[in-house]
Design a protein around this ligand. Sequence first.
Ligand SMILES: Cc1ncc(COP(=O)(O)O)c(C=O)c1O
Length: 406
Amino acid sequence: MIDVQAIRRDFPMFAAHPELVYFDNGATTLKPQCVIDAVTGFYTGHTSNVHRGDYAIAAMNDRLYDGARDSFARLLNCLPEEIAFTHNATASLNQIAWGLSHDFLKRGDVILTTEAEHASNLLPWFRLSHDYGIEIRYIPVDEQANIRLDAFKEAMRPEVKAVAVAMVTNVLGSVQPIKEMAEIAHANGALMIADGAQAVPHMKVDVRDLDLDFLAFSAHKMCGPDGVGILYGKKDLMEQMSPIFLGGDMNARFQKSLTYELKHTPLKFESGTPNIEGVIGAAKACDYIMNIGLDEIHEYERKLRAVFLEKMSKLDNIVIYNPDNEYGPIDFNAKDVFSQDAAGYLASRNIAVRSGNHCAKILHEVIGTDSTIRASLYFYNTEEEVEMCVRACADISLENAIGIFF
Ligand SMILES: Cc1ncc(COP(=O)(O)O)c(C=O)c1O
């Protein structure tokens, strides 16, 4: 059971902005004090680099930094050495795409994805198409961006070598049937890559049970600091895959003759000084949400969203684009009002949402509009906040939205 009022006391942003309704959790989440303390504690009490120093503080940071893999391994049910730290989900996805092109794919191979993906799970694949002749095909989705397994099976031809989709899409919150897709992909000899940016913070993701080959997500969307991405890959695949970046700490040795050897995974993926304090804070965030319980978080958000949807559906001035999806953000527009103007009006009522295309710039092919308002919840949001948002939405009109500018 989530005690939301107790949880809110962990987040200093609520005390700093008691009037704010923060419904922009799809973009980033607020941070609990324990994460803030972990980051600032590094600066105030134990600054050093990692994997380099021969003194007690450096050894302590080695333990904290490498120990962060244990937290994420518990979260995902994998081995600590299957976790590499990057800079964000985008960096993890770029590593996967580039690594596949370098070590696994050849000209003419096909990657399957969807039109509902975030730019970070499309552009790295587009580049493979331009640079290496890899073909990108879209799995058909329904009008709320859900993949139907029969359509997926149909798209799964012998030339398909990898499938790269969001577990939960970032605009419509479509929860894709990843486990079944992984089974089908593997039966056809293709790799299964999941963009978990909008999934891992909100639900239990067991990479063994789902049989994922690779998974990417960001710490900042799960109460952690900015600048930390997580790259999960099955150990044998991580060993086979080359890192994009080469440099300090990730190499075992190199010679004047231009030869070099890399360290084993995951260290070979972490070249240069990493975001040490960010990774230490990310581990705290990981422990924090595991302590609350991912199943509890999932259920709480599902119920809160259902209340939100029910109330929003009653508003005559609101069009909702994902009424049948059970999960994730509510994506909507106010009739006859440009989404950014409407979001500006909501901001004037202290409701923080995002408007625009949400980095999913070809989703308009599916939903028929390229600009919407996204209200995205997290486990610290409340029914009172939902009511405040719905009351403000009921008042959105062209006059009100434009009125805030005069
Ligand atoms: C589904 C999805 N994938 C990838 C990303 C990229 O995440 P980041 O900006 O943390 O790299 C986002 C960010 O919103 C997202 O929602």
